[in-house]
Ligand binder design. Structure first.
Ligand code: SUG
Length: 424
């Protein structure tokens, strides 16, 4: 059966800003309070999508929910119309207000965990919506993400949709950013590796073991195909708040920092015993700090039509000669990765989101792809329209002071309506 992997990228929303909301995310803390450039951010994301389309890959898109979001304020006892309660919240509690404005749904790797049809008991693709319970601004995404996934993958012959897990410290789940599928080919059975964080005194471990176990159960992953691997504490302490900051897999290739997992050597050995032709590329030529700064491991690895693979890297990998040398060593090494494509996603990177964070990968057979709502699959024409729409409706620049201005909220509403009509 022909199966390919479709990347669904989160379109970066018009309120993209730097509020320093993510403890443990070095870039988010570093850029807190700086001006952001939402239009440029969204165009950078769209250019990345176009690079993949130009390589002959199918590319999907998720649309951002409206921000600032107001339903939480009603829930918290605020009364009045949207403008009134937003003004009041901005005055009363600026931190709460900032959470309402975040455009964090752009990081689609945290939208859900996706289980391929070959690995699940019922032969369907399962989507387990992430609860993102550790951080409020991210948790606010969960319900709209669930609704959007239901809309795009509504055909229940092919797709099974799951609500976010209950919240609370035991069930924090951040989706595909902590899940890797290793398989001899996209269309075959694979091992599902769930990477979780153990108790850590410095930063929160954002993916909990119990959550990963529940995700595997809900996705009906065959028991011998669900493996649970602890993330190295040191990696979390150095800023690897998700596994995809230090490791990425594609089919039978694993690219990982040497300090990504606890007992790494043992796990690699076990994967090699299970997967024919497994190629681990373990990097010890750069430190964890260099990995977190450059986001080398937050690259996308994609399989091209000729079965070679390409690395889609953030331009920051070029800033550090040791990292760039490592990239060249990978490309020239004895493995299928033959091409490095450097993309500019600087606006997202400044909040800790590289190329891989911006997309949710979905392995789809030809029939399953046809069952997807095609309005969310980009064609050159649809891409062009979306690009124009961002140019026309997204604000150029946002400073922290702008965030509380009703004029900005109006701009966000106008952009939202423009997107809705684009969707038809
Ligand atoms: O959850 N940053 C996101 C970045 C998510 C990256 N995703 C993956 N690694 N898959 C986060 O930490 C910062 C928002 C702010 O500070 O304004 C933020 O939420």
């Amino acid at each position: 059966m022909i199966v390919s992997e479709v990347n669904f990228d989160g379109l970066i929303g018009p309120t993209h800003n730097y509020a320093g909301l993510s403890r443990g995310n070095v870039a988010s803390a570093l850029h807190a309070g700086q001006p952001s450039y939402p239009r440029q951010a969204a165009l950078q994301g769209l250019e990345k999508m176009k690079s993949l389309m130009d390589m002959g890959l199918t590319q999907g898109v998720f649309l951002p929910p409206l921000r600032p979001v107001t339903h939480l304020l009603h829930h918290l006892g605020y009364k009045g119309d949207d403008k009134t309660i937003l003004k009041q919240a901005a005055k009363d509690d600026r931190l709460l207000f900032n959470n309402l404005c975040s455009a964090s749904s752009m990081w689609a790797a945290n939208a859900a965990t996706v289980i391929a049809e070959f690995d699940s008991h019922d032969g369907r693709v399962h989507f387990i919506t992430a609860n993102l319970a550790t951080m409020l601004h991210r948790h606010l995404e969960a319900q709209t993400t669930y609704a959007q996934l239901n809309q795009i993958f509504s055909n229940s012959c092919f797709f099974a949709m799951h609500h976010p897990l209950p919240c609370g410290q035991h069930f924090s789940d951040e989706g595909a950013a902590n899940h890797m599928r290793i398989t001899s080919a996209h269309g075959r059975t694979g091992i599902n590796i769930f990477v979780y964080g153990e108790k850590n005194d410095i930063y929160p471990a954002r993916q909990k073991l119990r959550a990963s176990q529940a995700v595997a159960r809900l996705g009906e992953v065959k028991p011998d195909l669900a493996w649970f691997i602890p993330q190295k504490k040191e990696a979390i302490a150095k800023g690897a708040f998700h596994n995809d900051v230090v490791a990425v897999a594609n089919e039978y290739v694993l690219l990982a920092h040497a300090e990504a997992f606890e007992n790494q050597g043992e796990w690699i050995k076990r994967i090699a015993e299970k997967i024919d032709g497994f190629i681990p590329i373990i990097i010890d030529t750069i430190t964890l700090e260099q990995a977190v700064k450059s986001y080398l491991f937050n690259s996308q690895i994609v399989t091209l039509k000729d079965r070679t693979m390409a690395l889609i890297l953030p331009q920051e990998v070029k800033n550090d000669p040791a990292v760039w040398e490592t990239v060249n060593r990978i490309i020239n090494g004895n493995n299928p990765i033959k091409k490095a494509v450097v993309v500019d996603v600087r606006e997202s990177m400044a909040n800790g989101g590289g190329p891989a964070c911006l997309r949710l990968r979905v392995p789809l057979s030809k029939a399953a792809l046809e069952a997807v709502d095609q309005r969310f699959i980009l064609t050159p024409k649809r891409w062009e329209k979306l690009y124009q729409l961002v140019e026309n409706f997204w604000p150029e620049k946002i400073t922290p002071d702008d965030l509380v201005l009703p004029e900005l909220w109006k701009t966000a509403v106008r952009a939202h309506w423009a997107l809705t009509s684009w969707l038809g």
